[in-house]
Design a protein. Structure first.
Length: 298
């Protein structure tokens, strides 16, 4: 069980490249900041990312910037350069003239559900992974992305989009490894083999009859030692983590499927829908039926 891949799959994290622009200095492109998560990658050249109230951030070739929804921002050749909206820039197309140029790739990720909300809430408004900090596999994926940009063959857009998905996995992993204090607890714990084994088993089968005793046995530790190590690494107790995992799975099942409550209850580890409904209300502040109706209206 690859927990990061599982989390992204459950968040339905899918990327789509929506713009590839060649720009000759001076240039600037403005983004409204409405998309849940946007990727910017300078395949060639250099530039600056500017956000209101923040210092400009320099972008070198092959650096990856992920921007979460919020205020508008701009990417340009130098700080303070006049920027045009991205929709207008796309209509204009790429610059063909001579001069110092940059090639800017922009992609958007669509994420939804409880897992998506958890992932996005844990990210700062800007995630920046420098080319110099990328491992060889990430750098190779960006090389493939840059090479695909030059092609115009059948399946071109689909290949770009899937490579953008791959970039998200590498970028999040690199960012969390560099900024461990901001990483989700489960990601920090993956470096601990014993706790990792338990986490992967919980994610693979949250409906199993888990107890502190069975988790500790799987880790090869005493209950007290395992519980203390788990809390130190993950930030919550093993029981709390299991409950949150089960409730997250239940929230998404209620929002995305028409499965009966009894089926959902069984799938997340509750013997009947009444025990499940009590736990769900305690966790989410609403009944399972109210949660489902909220999504039926949207």
């Amino acid at each position: 069980m690859d927990i990061l891949s599982d989390q992204l799959a459950r968040a339905r994290a899918q990327g789509a490249v929506f713009s590839i622009l060649r720009r000759v200095e001076p240039w600037g492109v403005r983004f409204a900041g409405r998309r849940p998560l946007t990727a910017h990658l300078l395949l060639e050249g250099q530039g600056w990312l500017e956000r209101e109230g923040r210092s400009p951030v320099h972008l070198a070739a092959r650096d990856v910037a992920l921007v979460t929804a919020g205020r508008s921002y701009a990417v340009g050749s130098t700080p303070g350069t006049a920027a045009i909206p991205i929709d207008e820039a796309r209509r204009q197309g790429s610059d063909r003239g001579p001069g110092a140029a940059a090639v800017l790739l922009c992609g958007a990720y669509v994420l939804d559900g409880s897992v998506a909300a958890s992932l996005l809430n844990g990210l700062p408004d800007l995630v920046l992974v420098r080319a110099t900090d990328q491992d060889p596999s990430h750098a190779a994926a960006i090389d493939l992305l840059a090479a695909e940009v030059q092609r115009d063959a059948p399946g071109h857009q689909a290949l770009l989009d899937r490579l953008l998905d791959l970039n998200l996995i590498y970028t999040l992993s690199a960012w969390w490894e560099q900024s461990s204090a901001q990483a989700p607890g489960w990601f920090r714990a993956l470096s601990h083999p014993e706790v990792r084994q338990v986490l992967e088993s919980l994610h693979a089968n949250p409906a199993a009859d888990w107890t502190l005793e069975t988790m500790a046995q799987l880790a090869g530790r005493s209950r007290a030692s395992f519980a203390a190590t788990f809390r130190d690494l993950v930030g919550v107790s093993p029981g709390r983590y299991l409950t949150e995992l089960r409730m997250s799975r239940a929230e998404d099942a209620l929002a995305r499927t028409g499965a009966p409550l009894a089926t959902i209850a069984r799938n997340v580890g509750y013997s009947n829908e009444f025990a499940f409904a009590t736990a769900f209300r305690r966790h989410s502040g609403s009944s399972p039926g109210q949660w489902r109706r909220r999504f039926e209206r949207t």
